[in-house]
Design a protein. Structure first.
Lengths: 430, 614
């Protein structure tokens, strides 16, 4: 992984209410459970200090649930735990010079940050730390530290606390700007509250605001989507995630669809909305860099890119996944079970899988092809060997002829036609 | 099959005089409890400590489908009420109409037949057929009403049916339950008392009939034989009377049900012979074994070569598996003399084999064994019968592949195989049976009352219709009450045409069928409609057309797949999404590429199995 910095994901599974489309590991809970969880989370982070200690910190992402059901101070405590764990005395740099400075040389490879590596490896803590891509300390602008938020759970005060604690990117779940759609989705806020939340984020000093939106909703027209999207873009977000609605099994919307009460738009209309998204975002300067993600150049979500580029990450919290040294693992999904494990001094890990080369390649492809940049053929060859990659390219050839895959300048990527068929292309490539 | 050591077991072999030997079989309609009852007999006679489920059925498939494919023979010792020790040779028979020839050979090896009737089902078409077969073989028949443990069902109904249909007084009928063991003792006594001992000449030249055979990798063929005259022992040189092929006997013995070697298998007895025979095609069911030096003048009557009736193409989904398929067929045929196969090339499917089977069940069993035991991923084309086609040149050709049907202009006339079908059902379903039969070009012959409101309807039907869905249609039209038996009844002229299916304008040979010209258009439309459901959306539009000759009779389209993408995919989704990808990949692996269109395996067969919705 080219000595890449380690990205940290922190899962906060609670929310004020469960939205009608949501199949995430999230649910409402009483204050006592939320407090208990916070303690467990900090304990887990502290315990992993030695895994973290030798690595440079890449990005931090607080996801949920709705992390902002917690107070700003509580979130700050968790972030402090992360930075403390990752932080033997930081190398101090002068911010002004570092701003222009080229990235410092990569540190010596941290060595296998083994899962079992909790037993102290004394030597490692002495190695230089916090050598981030841009050469900044973690709690600075250049290490992207995101927190997800719902409009009704934030105000300027809370956001300011967060900003001061080091969060520098806020991802707001707007979803729609149409009140009827918001009701159908089971959201707990109005369009106006979203606008207020964005303003509050700006006032609190957030220079990087992302909005989550959902389109292809039952009953939605292309024009309806245009209205919603334009209202979102009017808030001048640096980043937009626009997802076509997926009816996940077990959700109320899925059940209503099964019952024949609601019907999402046909494929053609769905694709038209998708094209409109690209067009309008483009006019606002936001370029698509992933299947559902748009950003001002340079404001792509660095944290999510680690997933798509298959770089290592470490997850904390219930159901959080990690990917370290070719091993994917996940914590216990249920928050209470997670807390119990942590409190008992046990590992909260519920699943771990070392990937075979074919599986690893499948994942690299599946994730990498989501990005407009695609995958570098040479890098693939280095990682997976000439033979596997050549076989892959041979399978890609007919797809290229169909205009779904572009092969050129040493990269494999999906074309505009190929993007909505990402799944089909992957099945044919692996 | 486990082989017990010769010396260790010979001590336990008990000799009984010839007049205390009884050779019998159990014949029954499917599911009438034959295997369970046979197991119970084994248990009572002390052959096994405790009967494990259906031990006579040795193949997994047989157990799963609850049917006996290979017959077996087991020797039982029974101490009767008269104080004498009897040797009972139980010959198990296959229970499906596809294997009626095998049944007839098994019957030939016996002097008596136990005919089972399920107390809840009564006399069924196959019961009748089996009784007639047994009577033809001049067997003593012991009628049995089985499964009397089923609560709330009195045997009177079944007893009256038996009396009405075959004239057996209820007093002659034994009531049993294979499950609880009730009546098993009475049945054994009846076998001892009613079935005559074999009347054989031990000094005449050897005549032994093969009623089954099985291939074993270590010993070659194990031939199941009934010795009628003379005797057979290791070291003897024997000869197959149909082929003149000679072999030296390695072992003879009996099944207990494990194999136990004995010194000599004498006239009147049932057992096995191994003689380094390389494949079951050299040890054909019904053939007579005689001595190579001291030959019998005539073979035992009734031998005929197994004739495949139903043909289909078997193709590997991946062309590279062709050799593996060939190996598997070679191996399977060592154990299945009725299976034929020859190389075939399809423009759509590549290299494969045209395989011949006794019937549909046989076909399904072979296919399943190839996929399960040999791990092959196959496409089977819709089954076909053999057509006799007279060309305008006067030449007559036999065609069993629709793809090779001659051009219409070259055909003078066509004949297709027909069967005589007997359908039995309660009277109230007679109208539906007639409708189902007539829709399938059946010609009504006659009907008769078997008992009470139970009728037998006789039809002449094209075999081609039987292999499509006749039985399924009968079952659903009669809520499962109809039973079917059929026998081949020669060839009959018919106005038949080839219906072809075109994918994106190209005819697909593997999707062609032969059908009656009056139904051809409708069939073409329904096939196109069905394939539209079977073939998943592709990345491009797919045009499906049906044609008769050069005339397009149906046309439809499969709109292209335009969207298949996970909208949200982050760190926690990777594993789940990859596994989903693997499943989709597996689904793709079960598709055959026809040109650039991915066609699921099932689609090829589906063109024959059209439902009313199609």
């Amino acid at each position: 992984m080219s000595g890449a910095a380690l990205s940290i994901y922190v899962h906060l599974p609670y929310c004020a209410r469960k939205c009608h489309y949501c199949d995430f590991n999230s649910r409402p809970a009483a204050a006592a459970e939320r407090a208990r969880y916070l303690e467990a989370l900090k304990t887990e982070i502290d315990r992993r200090a030695e895994t973290l200690g030798g690595s440079s910190l890449g990005t931090v992402f607080f996801g949920g649930g709705t992390p902002t059901v917690y107070e700003g101070e509580e979130l700050a405590e968790v972030l402090d735990a992360v930075t403390a764990a990752a932080s033997p005395p930081p190398v101090v740099r002068t911010p002004s010079s570092a701003h222009e400075a080229p990235p410092p040389p990569a540190p010596p490879p941290p060595g296998p940050a083994s899962d079992a590596g909790l037993a102290g490896e004394g030597g490692r803590t002495a190695s230089p730390s916090f050598v981030c891509r841009t050469g900044f300390q973690p709690v600075s602008r250049s290490v992207e530290i995101t927190c997800e938020a719902n409009p009704e759970t934030v105000d300027v005060a809370k956001l300011r606390t967060m900003r001061e604690a080091g969060f520098n990117r806020i991802s707001i779940g707007a979803q729609s700007f149409d009140e009827r759609e918001l009701t159908m989705l089971g959201r707990g806020h109005s369009a106006e509250q979203t606008e207020d939340a964005v303003q509050a984020a700006r006032d609190a000093g957030f220079e990087h605001v992302s909005l989550d939106l959902i389109y292809a909703l039952p009953g939605q027209t292309v024009e309806g989507w245009r209205t919603s999207l334009l209202r979102a873009l009017a808030l001048q977000p640096e980043h937009v995630s626009a997802y076509g609605l997926e009816l996940a099994e077990g959700t109320p919307l899925h059940a209503r669809h099964e019952a024949g009460e609601i019907e999402p738009p046909e494929d053609a209309e769905h694709l038209a909305m998708r094209e409109l998204t690209q067009e309008l975002c483009g006019q606002a300067g936001l370029l698509r860099y992933e299947i559902s993600n748009y950003a001002l150049p340079g404001r792509e979500c660095a944290h999510n890119m680690t997933y798509w580029r298959n770089e290592p990450y470490l997850g904390f919290g219930a159901g959080a996944w990690s990917y370290l040294d070719g091993v994917r693992s996940a914590n216990l999904r249920e928050p209470v079970a997670y807390c119990e494990a942590i409190e008992a001094g046990e590992s909260p890990q519920a699943f771990a899988e070392r990937l075979e080369p074919d599986d690893a390649l499948a994942e690299v492809l599946m994730m990498g092809l989501r990005m407009t940049e695609g995958l570098a053929v040479e890098a693939l060859k280095r990682a997976f060997g000439e033979e596997r990659v050549c076989a892959l390219l041979a399978r890609a050839e007919p797809l290229a002829q169909m205009g779904l895959v572009a092969l050129g300048d040493g990269r494999v990527r999906l074309t505009a036609d190929g993007e909505p068929l990402h799944g089909e292309v992957c099945v044919r490539l692996v | 099959m486990a082989t017990e050591s010769t010396t260790g077991n010979q001590a336990t072999v008990r000799k009984v005089p010839q007049q205390n030997v009884r050779n019998f079989c159990i014949v029954a309609h499917i599911d009438h409890g034959k295997s369970t009852l046979a197991d119970r007999l084994l248990e009572v006679c002390g052959n096994v400590e405790e009967a494990s489920e259906q031990m006579l059925d040795s193949m997994d498939l047989e157990r799963e489908r609850g049917i006996t494919i290979k017959s077996s023979a087991v020797r039982l010792f029974y101490e009767a009420d008269d104080g004498d020790l009897y040797q009972l040779n139980l010959i198990d028979t296959p229970g499906h109409v596809d294997f009626s020839y095998e049944v007839s050979r098994s019957l030939q090896a016996c002097e008596g037949a136990v005919v089972l009737v399920d107390v809840s089902q009564g006399v069924e078409a196959q019961t009748v057929a089996n009784i007639y077969l047994a009577l033809d073989a001049e067997l003593e028949i012991i009628p049995v009403v089985n499964k009397i443990d089923i609560p709330n069902i009195e045997p009177e109904m079944a007893l009256s049916e038996i009396e009405e249909a075959f004239g057996y007084h209820p007093d002659e009928v034994i009531l049993t339950s294979g499950k609880s063991g009730v009546g098993v003792h009475e049945l054994l006594e009846a076998i001892v008392k009613r079935v005559p001992p074999p009347d054989e000449d031990a000094d005449a030249p050897l005549r032994a009939m093969i009623f089954d055979s099985e291939f074993d990798v270590h010993q070659g063929v194990i031939a199941y034989v009934r010795v009628f005259e003379g005797s057979i022992k290791p070291g003897d040189e024997i000869m197959m009377m149909s082929s003149g092929k000679r072999f030296e006997v390695n072992r003879v013995g009996v099944f207990s049900p494990a194999m136990i070697d004995i010194d000599e298998l004498c006239a009147g007895n049932v057992g096995y012979v191994t003689a380094g025979i390389k494949g079951v095609t050299e040890s054909r069911v019904g053939d007579t074994i005689t001595g190579a030096k001291r030959r019998a003048e005539k073979p035992l009557p009734g031998y005929r070569e197994a004739q495949p009736m139903v043909f289909c193409g078997l193709y590997p989904v991946e062309n590279v598996d062709f050799e593996a398929l060939k190996d598997a067929l070679d191996k399977l045929s060592l154990n299945d003399a009725a299976l034929t196969y020859e190389r075939e090339t399809s423009a759509a499917l590549g290299f494969g084999f045209r395989c011949g089977f006794l019937g549909l069940l046989h076909m399904e069993i072979v296919q399943e064994r190839l996929e399960r035991e040999y791990d092959l991923n196959l496409v089977a084309t819709a089954p076909s019968v053999i057509y006799h086609i007279k060309l305008s040149s006067g030449e007559v050709v036999q065609v069993h592949n629709p793809a090779q049907f001659p051009e219409r202009e070259l055909i003078e006339s066509i004949e297709e195989p027909v069967v005589h079908a007997t359908v039995m059902c309660p009277q109230k379903y007679i109208g539906r049976v007639m409708m189902v039969s007539e829709e399938r070009r059946g010609a009504y012959l006659r009907q008769e009352y078997i008992w009470g409101d139970r009728l037998a309807l006789h039809y002449r039907l094209p075999l081609a219709e039987i292999i499509v869905d006749y039985f399924d249609a009968l079952k659903s039209a009669t809520r499962g009450y109809a039973t079917l038996d059929y026998e081949m009844a020669g060839y009959a002229p018919e106005k038949l045409v080839k219906v072809e299916l075109l994918i994106n304008g190209d005819p697909v040979d593997a999707l062609a069928i032969i059908c009656h010209q009056d139904y051809a258009e409708d069939r073409g439309r329904r096939i196109a409609k069905r394939l539209k459901q079977e073939i998943p959306r592709q990345l491009f539009e797919v045009r499906l057309q049906a044609s008769i000759g050069s005339r397009i009779v149906a046309s439809t389209r499969i709109s292209p797949l335009r969207r298949n993408v996970t909208e949200k995919c982050y760190g926690g989704d990777v594993t789940r999404k990859r596994k989903l990808l693997e499943r989709q990949k597996e689904g793709k692996r079960r598709m055959k590429a026809v040109g650039n269109v991915q066609v699921p395996q099932e689609a090829f067969m589906s063109i024959l199995r059209l439902s009313d919705d199609d």
